[in-house]
Design a protein around this ligand. Structure first.
Ligand code: PEP
Length: 249
């Protein structure tokens, strides 16, 4: 059985004070919830507050990106050793907003993925098609290409902690959600590609999250799909009550 993972992607929201306030309200609401794994990925500037707040709670703290170099003259970047030393355990890699606005490519996703895995972080690798690709019938091809390139030159052993998030770009922040059936179909494509690259046994254990306008009112139908192993939640994760409702789908 794959344990479901509910991950919050706060994007560029919340100050450290707002982070402390979130955890003050959120942690009592999810205390003792052991059915699923819970991860919150705030902006870097909130990581310290988040880690201090979440200590001993079972809620893990992740971030939204990582550079592939350990250190050096890379102004504005953050490395895996820096994150590990803070107590960060998860990292989102290849989010569509990074691909769309910040020049992220399949190749840099691969570099970040390798680095995260080497450092012992759990990467949540995002893949997903834009609307034009879906409408042109290219969804499967896009997902296969993104996976093959992201997983390039990574062994199954090294990839043990890998998590993939299927995030159809047309569903992110739009209020449009893939139906559970559409999401499950895409997850099956990703799983079959993972089987090609890493082998069938790896693929059976790989957790594939769905992301794209997950809300309290659609979480349970999405999570009911056996192919869907959790959710990556943007907007609805900013409010403790709404993220709790998703966690407790
Ligand atoms: C996301 O940012 O990964 C996301 C899925 O956002 P939203 O839930 O707001 O669509």
């Amino acid at each position: 059985m794959r344990k479901k993972l509910l991950a919050a992607n706060w994007k560029m929201h919340k100050t450290p004070e707002e982070t402390l306030a979130f955890f003050r309200e959120f942690l009592p609401l999810v205390a003792g919830h052991s059915r699923d794994e819970i991860v919150v990925c705030p902006p870097y500037t909130d990581v310290h507050a988040a880690i201090q707040s979440a200590e001993g709670s079972g809620v893990a703290i992740g971030v939204q990106n990582v550079h592939w170099k350990a250190d050096g003259a890379y102004t504005g970047e953050i490395s895996a050793p820096m994150l590990v030393s803070l107590g960060v355990t998860h990292v989102i890699v290849g989010h569509s907003e990074r691909r769309q606005y910040f020049g992220e490519t399949d190749d840099t996703v691969n570099l970040r993925l390798k680095t995260a895995l080497e450092a012992g972080l759990t990467p949540i690798c995002c893949v997903g098609e834009v609307l034009e690709e879906r409408e042109a019938g290219l969804c499967d091809d896009v997902l296969r290409r993104q996976c093959v390139r992201a997983f390039h030159a990574i062994s199954a052993k090294k990839a043990a902690k890998l998590v993939v998030a299927y995030e159809p770009v047309w569903a992110i922040g739009t209020g449009k959600t893939a139906t559970p059936e559409v999401a499950a179909e895409a997850h099956a494509v990703i799983r079959s590609e993972a089987a090609e690259v890493f082998g069938p046994e790896f693929a059976v254990n790989l957790r594939i999250l769905y992301g794209g306008s997950v809300k309290p009112d659609n979480a349970s139908s999405l999570m009911a799909q056996p192919e869907i192993d959790g959710a990556l939640v943007g907007g609805a994760s900013l409010d403790p009550k709404s993220f709790t409702a998703i966690v407790k789908y």
